[in-house]
Design a binder for this molecule. Structure first.
Ligand code: C2E
Ligand code: C2E
Length: 91
């Protein structure tokens, strides 16, 4: 892609998210459920979230956005492509 390419979207895999134990994923599960409810979007297998939401979640998890992103990729909740979104965000 070219230099003007937009950052990749942050797309949560809701099926994988529901399979992560809630001791770990509880805050993210509640956050995603709130966004679904605000959008009136209950049937999706995926949920696109805002770049700002990842920053908010990093505060909730007391981690940097890049460390949180790695954790979510490890859970299979975010695609590896999400790394570029965070690089974009932190550059
Ligand atoms: P809002 O932020 O005032 O956005 C109003 C409407 O603008 C949204 O209604 C949506 O139709 C549109 N909109 C705003 N930003 C975007 C965007 O980045 N992409 C797209 N495709 N549309 C956008 P909607 O979806 O019914 O959401 C209602 C309210 O729920 C929003 O009001 C906001 O307060 C909250 N919300 C929804 N999704 C999110 C989210 O992913 N993160 C956060 N932090 N809040 C959200
Ligand atoms: P998208 O709809 O393709 O929007 C891509 C980017 O365009 C957004 O990235 C945001 O920077 C900008 N954008 C789009 N619509 C609006 C708007 O109404 N107001 C403002 N201020 N900016 C807008 P962002 O914020 O990272 O969101 C990523 C994706 O998350 C969006 O892709 C959309 O799929 C979803 N999303 C975010 N907020 C909402 C929302 O309120 N409602 C819905 N339905 N989807 C949302």
């Amino acid at each position: 892609g070219g230099a003007a390419e937009p950052p990749p979207k942050l797309v949560l895999d809701l099926e994988r998210l529901s399979q992560v134990p809630s001791e770990k994923a509880g805050p993210l599960q509640r956050y995603a459920a709130t966004i679904q409810s605000q959008r009136g979007d209950y049937n999706g297998k995926v949920l696109s979230i805002r770049q700002d939401d990842l920053r908010t979640l990093a505060v909730i998890y007391d981690q940097s956005p890049s460390v949180l992103t790695e954790q979510l990729i490890g859970w299979g909740v975010l695609d590896a492509d999400a790394r570029r979104a965070v690089q974009h965000e932190e550059s």
